[in-house]
Structures are given as structure tokens and as C-alpha cells.
Design a protein around this ligand. Structure first.
Ligand code: RIB
Length: 305
């Protein structure tokens, strides 16, 4: 099994704060750290640590110390980074405040993440060879479309529509959603893309547009929609310390467990349970990539009574 993740990679600069500051306010942090982040890179780390799949990452960093560190962190997880380009722009940075309730506020400076709008031959080859291709929307939507178009016969294209803004344009949504096998959104992205305020109406609308839909609801769990079929997957109860990247962990582990499918309700629910277990563990630890659990940790939680 192999998975190619196409997306963003950031240096996360995290400040622990008693509460998220308001406009015009200066707060003193109680601590700070730097670590690997970016929705794409977090997801490929999730997939790699899930085990059972060769994981490759396609994106871009700058020719700078952050870029070299981000590449090295991915390599340390055994991820193929031959498709990680070095761009003229500086590496992406995310400025993250995490408060005492584990909530966060994130500002992303995209930098090199905006550099790729298409795949080169080598990157296209990596995507074409993958059983599963996963993407998010923190890179140009043209790159996401190129990834979907480059997938091989029978491979699944899993899109985590985060952030959802590009898909609030009906033209873009129509083009992109036509290529998607599994769409993963959180409750806010669901409503944004569907363009309605009611959650179940939004689920019905999006479920009619893609073969399979997964809606993550944080501590509540997730909803799976496959045509007219619905399933609920509960979350694992934990006390969070930092929710940064928890959704990415869910997506990466989900995609790795789903593999090539089949796209039936049982397979989707099993993959979502693994994603839920992984993200439950991740929120009990600080940081994005550093918090992603191993396959053994996920298996232990799944087997717990
Ligand atoms: O989803 C969390 C991620 O969003 C962080 O790691 C940050 O880099 C931003 O991309």
C-alpha cells in the first residue's frame, strides 16, 4: 500500500498563553516551541506513523534553515521527500497561540506553499503510483486538481477541504468535488461549502456531490455519509492539552487505513475509528507532528475496553 500526500508544510512557532489574545492586546506567553506543521505534512506524518503504507510527500519548502529542518523531520519518519521541492520563497510559517483550554489561534504565512501550481514529471510519477492520494486546500487549488488528475486507475482521491474558502466559489467547488472520492470536512467547513446553516441538510447536500463524506465533529466524533447511508463514529474521551493538527492526524490515519477502499460503510467506519483514536491521543500532547501517535499506540487505544 502506498499513499501520496500533496500539501503544505510549515514551521509551527507555538506560544502557550493563558488565553487567546484579543485585538490590540499584548500577552506574555508561558512557554514556546517550534515543530513540524502544515496540514499536508501533518497528514503524511499521520499516514506514515499509521504503518502499513509507504508514504510520500509532495510540496515545497524554502532554501532556508526551516526548510532543511522540515525536510529532515519528514525523512526521520521514513517519508519519501523526493517530491518536496525547494522554492525561491521562504518556508511556510504558522504562528500559533495555544491557551489553557487547549484552544488555538493560527496565522499561516504560506511562503513556499504557494509556489507549486502543477506537478513536475517526478511528482506526477509519485502520485500516479500511489494507491491513495490525499490533499488539503492550504496550497493552490490548481495543485490539488493536478494531484487528483494524476492519480492512477483505481486509486482513491481523499480531499480534506481545510481551509474551505476555495470551495465557497461554486465554480471551483464543482470542478474539485467532481474529482473527489472521499471528502473530509469539519463542522464549519461543511456549512461553508454546502452554503446552508443546518448541519443535517448540509450533510445531505454534500453527500449527494461526492461518493463518500466524512464530517469530523471534534469531541463528538464523526459522521460518515455514503450515498443515502449514514453512520456515526464516536470520539474517544480524553482531556486535551493542544488540539493543533488533531484533524490532520485524523485525516492521515484515516487515509492510510482506508487504502484503496472499498468504499463501503464498514471500511469507512473502520478507518474513521482509527483516525479518531489517533487524534484522541494527539490532543493529549503538545504540537502538531510531534503529537502524532504510532500505530502501536493507536492499536492499544482501539483495543481498550
Ligand atoms: O492544522 C494544523 C496546522 O495548520 C498547523 O500545523 C499549521 O501549520 C497550519 O497549517
Amino acid at each position: 500500500m502506498s499513499i501520496a500526500v500533496v500539501g503544505s508544510v510549515n514551521m509551527d512557532v507555538v506560544a502557550r498563553v493563558p488565553r487567546i489574545p484579543g485585538p490590540g492586546e499584548t500577552l506574555l506567553a508561558t512557554g514556546s516551541s517550534r515543530g513540524g506543521g502544515g496540514k499536508g505534512a501533518n497528514q503524511v506524518v499521520g499516514a506514515a506513523r499509521a504503518g502499513g503504507a509507504d508514504a510520500a510527500f509532495i510540496g515545497a519548502v524554502g532554501d532556508d534553515p526551516d526548510g532543511r529542518q522540515l525536510r529532515a523531520w519528514l525523512e526521520a519518519d521514513g517519508i519519501d521527500v523526493s517530491g518536496l521541492a525547494t522554492a525561491a520563497e521562504p518556508s511556510g510559517v504558522a504562528l500559533i497561540s495555544v491557551d489553557d483550554d487547549a484552544e488555538n489561534a493560527i496565522v499561516v504565512v504560506a511562503g513556499a506553499n504557494g509556489a507549486l501550481t502543477s506537478l513536475n514529471d517526478a511528482q506526477r510519477g509519485i502520485v500516479a503510483a500511489a494507491d491513495t492520494v490525499a490533499a488539503q486546500l492550504e496550497v493552490p487549488v490548481e495543485l490539488v486538481e493536478a494531484a487528483a488528475d494524476a492519480r492512477g486507475d483505481g486509486a482513491l482521491f481523499v480531499l480534506n477541504a481545510a481551509p474551505s474558502e476555495p470551495l465557497t466559489s461554486p465554480d471551483v467547488a464543482e470542478r474539485v468535488l467532481d474529482k473527489v472520492d472521499v471528502l473530509i470536512v469539519n463542522e464549519h467547513e461543511l456549512l461553508d461549502i454546502a452554503g446552508v446553516a443546518d448541519q443535517s441538510e448540509a450533510v445531505d447536500l454534500l453527500a449527494a456531490r461526492v461518493p463518500a463524506l466524512v464530517v469530523t465533529l471534534g469531541a463528538v466524533g464523526s459522521i460518515i455519509a455514503l450515498g443515502p447511508e449514514r453512520a456515526q463514529v464516536p470520539a474517544f474521551p480524553v482531556t486535551p492539552v493542544d488540539t493543533t493538527g488533531a484533524g490532520d492526524t485524523f485525516c492521515g490515519v484515516f487515509a492510510a487505513h482506508l487504502g484503496r477502499g472499498p468504499l463501503d460503510l464498514d471500511a469507512l467506519v473502520a478507518a474513521a475509528r482509527a483516525g479518531a483514536a489517533a487524534s484522541a491521543i494527539a490532543v493529549t500532547r503538545p504540537g502538531a507532528q510531534p503529537a502524532v501517535p504510532t500505530a502501536a499506540e493507536v492499536a492499544a487505544l482501539l483495543a481498550s475496553p
